[in-house]
Ligand binder design. Structure first.
Ligand SMILES: NC(=O)c1ccc[n+]([C@@H]2O[C@H](COP(=O)([O-])OP(=O)(O)OC[C@H]3O[C@@H](n4cnc5c(N)ncnc54)[C@H](O)[C@@H]3O)[C@@H](O)[C@H]2O)c1
Ligand SMILES: [Zn+2]
Ligand SMILES: [Zn+2]
Length: 403
């Protein structure tokens, strides 16, 4: 079968690999019909999330049809249309049973202390071959798969594999309350769904911050108030629009590939911290492979975290869903301490967060297809990765059609 395979930083290929087979009674095999490229995948190729094993199939977002189930999979049978959650969970351990499925004690083959197990990630996450492929082995299928109702199309479902639930979870981490003013840092597709989620969870105002005008225009389309960090300094701009108080909550939808302003009034402050940012970058990305404009790691890993802490009100809340690797150690803890902030973060508990969102999509209240800007065949995935990585105008979210 065809699959997108990680060979090294800056080196991914469409390879022909063996079809997957059932290895455990808890496995299922799914024939993929739709997959997608995520901002998380970019961290692995830029090198800002290290530890990938050569030969790992990439991707952790997909929809498909079950073709085979192991003897312990009592919930699904061949022919079922399913959504594949990005993270795997056993359904039986103490953490799964309290809804903390991203911290399942059993799914990660590296043991209970190894953290979240997800498809197509670095060695400490499994590694489990990913979903940018024609077929996939789904471990712990009972919990990792979600049945899809007939009235939700594959195109509507694909962003429920990771993006919408992660953003919803981010708004929950940020403790969005009725009437809150919420800042969403990053207007990538996760940020866009964070805006939608914050409004649906009761936010009175949502302020979106990014440096890409085309993405801010999409945020404006959702009636977020937008701040271009290359035109305005986001922290004073947020303070000014909140009577000097700051926002009630911030959702960080940027992560480790954060950039600092390359123009405008905030550029100088970022440049003054260049040395610190460079040190952070070398710490998180010991190995990189920049090729022209491709696979360039973000030049300010802690920039979004700094802005989050500075722009939030005293006693405010931070929900961090932008991914930071274990190697990242910088966070402005002193300023956060001095403001009595509440900071919550982590990988989405897909198995427990997603089902109600499926209902929201099924009823048409949210149409995720509106945010799919590209539809490419799996065979063009490498070129699609390159365009998305360069943040080419209009490339917000790429869906891959398979088969
Ligand atoms: N926690 C989870 O479960 C989970 C799941 C999915 C994705 N993620 C993470 O969410 C993040 C966003 O994903 P995406 O697919 O939208 O990625 P993306 O790369 O498309 O979007 C990131 C956006 O952040 C913007 N940005 C860069 N520096 C910034 C700064 N200093 N301030 C504000 N914005 C800045 C970029 O211009 C870009 O638009 C990634 O880190 C990804 O790994 C986390
Ligand atoms: Zn993803
Ligand atoms: Zn478990």
């Amino acid at each position: 079968m065809k699959a997108v395979v990680w060979h090294g930083e800056g080196d991914i290929r469409l390879d022909t690999v063996d079809d997957p087979t059932i290895q455990q009674p808890t496995d299922a095999i799914v024939q993929i019909t739709r997959s997608a490229i995520c901002g998380t995948d970019l961290h692995f190729i830029r090198g800002t999330m290290s530890g990938m094993a050569e030969g790992t199939i990439l991707g952790h977002e997909a929809v498909g049809v079950v073709t085979e189930v192991g003897s312990a999979v009592r919930r699904f049978s061949p022919g079922d249309r399913v959504l594949i959650c990005s993270t795997m969970s056993c359904g039986a351990c103490r953490n799964c049973r309290r809804g903390l499925t991203a911290q399942c004690d059993v799914a990660n083959p590296n043991g209970p202390l190894a953290g979240t197990c997800f498809f197509g990630g670095p060695q400490p996450t499994g590694p489990v071959d990913g979903l940018q492929a024609e077929y996939v082995r789904v471990p712990w299928a009972v919990n990792t798969l979600i049945p899809l109702p007939e009235n939700v199309s594959d195109d509507a479902a694909i962003l429920l594999s990771d993006i919408f639930p992660t953003a919803w979870f981010g708004a929950e981490l940020a403790g969005v309350n009725r009437g809150d003013t919420v800042a969403v840092l990053g207007a990538g597709v996760v940020g866009q769904f964070a805006i939608a989620s914050a409004f649906r969870q009761g936010a009175g105002r949502v302020i979106a911050v990014d440096g890409l005008r085309s993405r801010l225009d999409i945020a404006l389309g959702q009636h977020a108030e937008v701040i271009d960090f290359n035109a305005e300094d986001p922290v004073p701009a947020i303070l000014e629009s909140t009577q000097g108080i700051g926002v009630d909550a911030v959702i960080d939808a940027v992560g480790v590939d954060a950039q600092r302003p390359w123009a405008g009034p905030a550029k100088r402050a970022g440049d003054e911290q260049a040395e610190q940012f460079d040190a952070e970058r070398s710490q998180v990305a010991p190995q990189t492979n920049v090729q022209g404009e491709n696979w360039v790691p973000g030049n300010a890993p802690s920039q979004a975290l700094q802005w989050a802490v500075s722009a939030v009100a005293k006693g405010g809340r931070l929900g961090v869903i932008g991914v930071y690797p274990p190697a990242m150690t910088s966070f402005p803890i002193g300023e956060a301490m001095n403001k009595n902030l509440i900071v919550k973060l982590g990988n989405c508990n897909h198995h427990t967060v997603t089902p109600p969102l499926l209902d929201i999509v099924a009823t048409g209240l949210v149409d995720p297809t509106a945010l799919i800007t590209q539809q490419e065949p799996l065979t063009s995935a490498v070129e699609a990765y390159e365009s998305f990585d360069r943040r080419e105008e209009g490339w917000l979210k790429t869906e891959l059609t398979v088969g």
